[in-house]
Design a protein around this ligand. Structure first.
Ligand code: HXC
Length: 297
């Protein structure tokens, strides 16, 4: 869809780039000639992804172990990256989420999500953005949000609150940094099934089943299907390229128009009983424990 070298010469950092949507966007940046840097908490997962993407697309993918919840760790890693060579693009993709009745959340449960999505995204944006300003270099930021920045979302209140904050950061920084050549936009993906998100948001459904499910849950999507990674990869590539620099401060939904139907988790989850919620929590926590076992930072 684009010229092969559309992103040639660009150095792009994708947070949470080892898996899920971050890995898929990295694949397309690499395909269009960018040098890709990925960071995340699970170094083993990052390294496997880097190898897979380089074997498939060629080019260079570098890995950095980083938990974006630590501001000093973020600053150290961004400093190390800029000392090698300045970045041209940043994708704020790292996130945390799980469905839960809000009354069942502990403070730590709220903080687990807000500290990644709200605080961590700001730390990375700040560390990268201030270096671009100091160097007088242009830069391009994309944050991965969700359509619940416009609708709110029952049963994922910490994520809805945090992502809405990043939506506001996108609008605010686009105006504050407009003259500097640093621009900032966001993508609000609808259903793009990935292992990590599905285990925490739709634990009763296999992400592969969701892809072929046109008669079940996704019959509520006006297009009758979930999104394809190539569609997301193309949008991220377009936003990262230089042809649309006047596009600034926008959050763009890519969801087959699902949010316009008023579709959030509410309809699926409002009728669940106490025992259903207990079972869902156990299933999500067992996924979290398995992931934790793979972490090294
Ligand atoms: C209630 C829960 C819970 C659950 C965890 N907690 N899961 N509470 N229901 N299902 C509580 C724990 O009990 C604990 O509180 C607190 O949260 C912290 O738990 P930890 O496991 O110690 O947290 P941590 O290791 O920091 O893990 C963070 C995480 C985890 C967010 C909880 O899920 C994670 O690492 N996620 C990363 C990947 C991810 O979430 N991907 C999905 C992104 S989807 P107590 O009080 O018991 O100590 C997304 C939006 C997509 O972002 C939008 C699609 C439309």
């Amino acid at each position: 869809m684009f010229k092969e070298d559309l992103l040639k010469g660009k150095r792009i950092l994708v947070t949470g780039g080892g898996s899920g949507l971050g890995k898929e966007m990295s694949r397309y940046f690499l395909k269009y000639g960018a040098e890709v840097l990925i960071c995340g908490r699970r170094v083993g997962v990052l390294e496997e992804t880097a190898k897979e993407l380089m074997d498939e697309q060629g080019g260079s993918v570098k890995c950095y172990g980083l938990d974006i919840r630590g501001p000093q760790d973020v600053d150290n890693v961004i400093n190390e990256i800029f000392e090698e060579a300045p970045l041209d693009g940043l994708v704020n993709n790292a996130a945390g989420n799980f469905i839960s009745r809000t009354e069942d959340l502990s403070h730590r449960g709220f903080d687990a999500i807000a500290s990644i999505v709200f605080h961590g995204t700001f730390y990375v944006t700040h560390a990268v953005g201030k270096r671009w300003l100091e160097l007088g270099r242009p830069g391009n930021i994309i944050s991965i949000l969700a359509t619940w920045v416009w609708t709110g979302s029952a049963f994922t209140v910490p994520s809805a609150m945090s992502k809405s904050g990043i939506h506001s950061m996108t609008q605010s920084l686009a105006t504050e940094w407009g003259k500097t050549g640093v621009r900032i936009n966001a993508i609000a993906p609808g259903p793009f099934p990935t292992e990590g998100a599905w285990a925490r948001l739709s634990p009763n459904q296999d992400p592969d089943e969701a892809k072929s499910d046109s008669s079940g849950a996704y019959s509520q999507n006006p297009m009758g299907r979930v999104g394809e990674m190539e569609e997301l990869g193309n949008l991220a590539t377009f936003l990262m390229s230089d042809g649309c620099n006047y596009l600034n401060g926008q959050t763009i939904a890519i969801d087959g128009a699902e949010y316009l139907t008023g579709g959030t988790f509410y309809r699926q989850l409002a009728s669940l009983k106490d025992e259903d919620w207990d079972a869902l929590r156990d299933s999500i926590k067992s996924t979290n424990e398995k992931d934790k076992a793979k972490r090294s930072v």
